[in-house]
Each structure stands twice: as structure tokens, then as C-alpha cells.
Design a protein around this ligand. Structure first.
Ligand code: DGY
Length: 325
């Protein structure tokens, strides 16, 4: 008998085609978010799940689904999964690292350029039919080229963001729990500094740390005050890394110049203050959302799931300490 799995959100046809020979697949192709209690019911009796950051996999869910062997997240971030709870119950947890680095870095850059050059503001102005002609002092933005870029979190995606900075001849600062290897610093022309120095010196601050209790509100009112008044903050990693209420206040009173945001606390319900502000570029958590990358993420998750359910080690196993039966 094939293992039974649930795919909690709509995926691509080729993902289902890959899964079908190996698993008995129930898929939510209607893409209706499944509430926590309904998820527990639909997962009871399943051996595996392909889930997304919108699904919370915690001890309660795992206890309600004792047959579960593999939880395959379609995301690199896995703050929606209680990995220690999985480990304690012998459940393998996997994610999708690598395949989304470039697309996610591109989106961070898109937000940075858009915020610097006020693209969403000017587009609104044109669409409203308000453009009456060229003026010298019209819609003045700030330069990205030759500016100082500060990256908080220098993992794979942080490094991919830094790589792009050389074309803009930027000075790159970063902070990380520990400095990256010297050859990586040299290749990226990046300098490790303290968080305070990074905040004080950077024209653009990009956040690229995973969300965890340690990174909750890593940027709050105090940190925003340490930034230049002309600086722009980019968050394309996870909501909750920034204290959104403090950011709304800082954007309103001019503590910093602007922001570009792809992620929010409590998304999709964002702080209403953002909607009234012109100096923030908003995107609906689309960092990895290109056709090719989302296909690759879904296929990576599917391969992790099938590997775990067929006695192999999933390529992206987060808890290798789980003993396979
Ligand atoms: C990730 O992979 O963590 C992304 O945020 C999902 O889009």
C-alpha cells in the first residue's frame, strides 16, 4: 500500500505527477487555507504532509496525527514548524533551501530600488493622470549606487544579495552571529561590523535572518533610532523580525526615510498604518514567487517527502537526529 499524504495548498501539476506513483495523494487544489482543527482531521491517518508557511505544525497537531512520518515544508523558512516537537516524535521535517536564493535576493533588490526611487508613488501619480510635465525637482529619490548597504543575516540569501551590490559599486557591511569565511568576505567585498555600527552607517538596511524567538523584533523603536534619518529599511525575510508598529511610527515621524516590505507581523493582516504611508513599498510575501522558483520549491518539497516515506534520507532534512524505523 502506498503511503498516504496531504498536500495542504495548491501545487503544480508536475508536482502531483511526481508524487502520484509513490503516494496516495490528497491535495487541496482549491487552495482554500485549512484551519488548524480541520488540518488535524485531514492529516489523521496520513503518513506525510507537504505544507506551507501558512500551516502551523506544532506538538498538538503532531499528537493528533500519530502516523505522520514526514513534514515537508514548501519554503526555506520553517518557523511554522516546531522542529523539536517533530524530533521528539520521530517525525522528519524538511525545507527547500537553495532553490530560492536568487529570486528572493532579486525581490529584496526590487524593494530597495523601488523605495529609493519612489516607484510606487510615481506610478500612482501617473495612473491618477496627474503628470503634467517634467520638472527639475520632481520626485527626487536617493541613489543606490555607491551607497552603503547593510545586510543583517549573511546566510545564503544574504550573500546572494551582497553579490548583486558589486554592480552598483556599493560598500557592503554585514552582521551575523559569526563572521563568514574570509574568502567569502573578500569575494563579496563585505565587512563584518556590529549591529549598531551597521545601523548607524548604512543607507540601506536589508534583513535576512530567519524568524525565531531570538530574532523577534530584532528591529524595534530603539534600532530604528540608531539608523540614519535618510536610511531605507528592507524586510523580505519574515514578519515579526521587525516591530511593525515601531516602523509605522518611524516612517511617520521621519526617523528613517522609507521602507520596502514583503513580509509583515500577522500577515495577511498588516498594520493599517502602512496603508496611509507614501514612503513604504508594500508587497504580499512574494520573495520567492517566480514561476521557475515556485515550481522548484514545490518539487524540492515533493522529493524530500518521497525520500522520507521510502526509507531514504530526505536531501533537506532539518532534524537528522530522527531515527528512521
Ligand atoms: C520561504 O521559503 O521561506 C519563503 O518565505 C516562502 O515564500
Amino acid at each position: 500500500m502506498k503511503p498516504k499524504i496531504l498536500v495542504t495548498r495548491e501545487v503544480f501539476d508536475e508536482t502531483l505527477d511526481y508524487l502520484a506513483p509513490h503516494c496516495d495523494v490528497e491535495s487541496n487544489q482549491q487552495d482554500v487555507p485549512i484551519a488548524a482543527d480541520a488540518l488535524a482531521q485531514r492529516l489523521a491517518g496520513k503518513d506525510g504532509v507537504m505544507c506551507c508557511l501558512t500551516d502551523r505544525v506544532d506538538a498538538g497537531l503532531l499528537d493528533a496525527c500519530p502516523l505522520l512520518k514526514v513534514v515537508a515544508n514548501i519554503a526555506v523558512g520553517y518557523n511554522n514548524i516546531d522542529v523539536p516537537a517533530c524530533t521528539a516524535r520521530g517525525v522528519m521535517a524538511t525545507n527547500t533551501p537553495g532553490v530560492l536564493d536568487d529570486s528572493t535576493a532579486d525581490l529584496a533588490w526590487a524593494l530597495m530600488l523601488a523605495a529609493a526611487r519612489r516607484l510606487t508613488e510615481v506610478e500612482g501619480y501617473i495612473r491618477a493622470g496627474e503628470w503634467t510635465g517634467w520638472r527639475l525637482k520632481q520626485w527626487l529619490g536617493v541613489d543606490v549606487h555607491h551607497a552603503t548597504l547593510g545586510i543583517i543575516g549573511m546566510g545564503r540569501i544574504g550573500q546572494t544579495i551582497a553579490k548583486r551590490a558589486s554592480g552598483f559599486e556599493m560598500k557592503v557591511l554585514y552582521c551575523n552571529r559569526k563572521p563568514v569565511a574570509k574568502e567569502v568576505e573578500q569575494r563579496l567585498n563585505a565587512k563584518h561590523v556590529s549591529k549598531d555600527d551597521l545601523l548607524a552607517q548604512s543607507d540601506f538596511v536589508i534583513l535576512q535572518v530567519p524568524y525565531s524567538p531570538e530574532t523577534h523584533h530584532l528591529i524595534g523603536a530603539g534600532e530604528l533610532k540608531k539608523m540614519k534619518r535618510t536610511a531605507i529599511l528592507i524586510n523580505s525575510t519574515r514578519g515579526g523580525v521587525v516591530d511593525d508598529a515601531a516602523l509605522v511610527a518611524a516612517l511617520t515621524d521621519g526617523t528613517i526615510r522609507g521602507a520596502g516590505l514583503d513580509v509583515f507581523e500577522n500577515e495577511p493582516r498588516l498594520h493599517p498604518g502602512f496603508l496611509d504611508l507614501k514612503n513604504v513599498v508594500l508587497a504580499p510575501h512574494i520573495g520567492s514567487s517566480t514561476e521557475a522558483t515556485r515550481r522548484a520549491m514545490a518539487m524540492t518539497a515533493a522529493k524530500n517527502l518521497v525520500a522520507g516515506l521510502t526509507g531514504k534520507t530526505p536531501p533537506n532534512l532539518l532534524n537528522p537526529e530522527v531515527k528512521r524505523p
